[in-house]
Design a protein around this ligand. Structure first.
Ligand SMILES: [Fe+2]
Ligand SMILES: [Fe+2]
Length: 274
């Protein structure tokens, strides 16, 4: 089905606005798309459609994590943090959706809402299931999106795009922290399943690897106006972030991802001599 965002409005809409205030103070209505290059606009609509979906999917992941932490009998402040981050992500999805409307609307994006939540190992103990989702979502997915969003915000030269990215980045900076807390709380389970969790983490990094391994595409450079920056810089930023923001924090929690498989995933084919 085509991905579409909906806001119910009324009491639920007002509550979300109260909980995440300032949305209406952003400089909405200032994007002048009539002056934009058609190709740049088409690329911006594509990138922001994907962005709206990934924000919604991150919300689904944190909502799933909140449920799993409840099943695991986790400390209530960990549960609250996961649920709070799910609200952040719904706010981000709405921000991306509203920006998309100003860009002329979303582009075709096939997806299945029934498959939007990440899966944990069927039948595993609840603590392990919670650790798995914390690892995939917060320790890797979120950790890799933080530097990219900050760099996009710095690149954006339109006040509305900058404000939207600024608001998203402000929240995102906290999202990788939850995995660290969950892994600290679940230390005995992490220790008991090190090989399995290491494999899961490497599989997750592998799923993101096309982002830094893909050959540059001449026609898909997002313009700085809409938050784009050089593709080479994007790939280098992601590679460095895997080391600094994923591998090191996980090493401190007893998960050592270093080795041949990680090195192969981080190899820079563009830079290797041919
Ligand atoms: Fe987000
Ligand atoms: Fe996030």
């Amino acid at each position: 089905m085509q991905f579409e965002l909906a806001v119910w409005g009324g009491a639920s809409g007002r509550r979300l606005r109260r909980r995440r205030s300032g949305f209406d103070r952003l400089p909405w209505g200032t994007l002048r798309i009539d002056q934009a290059q058609p190709a740049a606009l088409a690329e911006a609509r594509k990138v922001w459609t994907n962005g709206a979906f990934t924000e919604f999917a991150s919300g689904a992941a944190f909502a799933t994590l909140a449920g799993l932490l409840c099943e695991a009998g986790a400390p209530l402040d960990l549960v609250a943090m996961a649920a709070d981050f799910a609200v952040d992500e719904m706010d981000h999805a709405e921000l991306a959706g509203r920006l998309l409307a100003e860009l002329g609307g979303s582009t075709p994006y096939e997806m299945d809402f029934a498959k939007v939540t990440p899966l944990a190992t069927d039948g595993a103990e609840p603590v392990l299931r919670a650790v798995e989702i914390a690892l995939k979502t917060s320790a890797i997915g979120e950790a890799l999106s933080v530097p990219v969003l900050s760099r996009s915000m710095a690149a954006a030269d339109h006040p509305l795009v900058k404000a939207v990215l600024g608001r998203i980045s402000r929240d995102e900076a906290h999202h990788p922290k939850l995995a660290d807390l969950v892994l600290e709380w679940a230390e005995p389970v992490v220790k008991g399943h090190q090989a399995h969790l290491r494999e899961l983490a490497l599989e997750t990094i592998e799923a993101y690897a096309p982002l830094w391994q893909r050959t540059p595409c001449d026609t898909c450079q997002l313009a700085p106006t809409y938050g784009g920056f050089a593709q080479q810089e994007y790939r280098e930023l992601l590679r460095a972030s895997v080391q600094r923001r994923v591998v090191l924090p996980l090493l401190r929690r007893g998960l050592d991802l270093r080795g041949e498989r990680l090195s192969a995933l981080l190899r820079d084919d563009e830079a290797s001599p041919s």
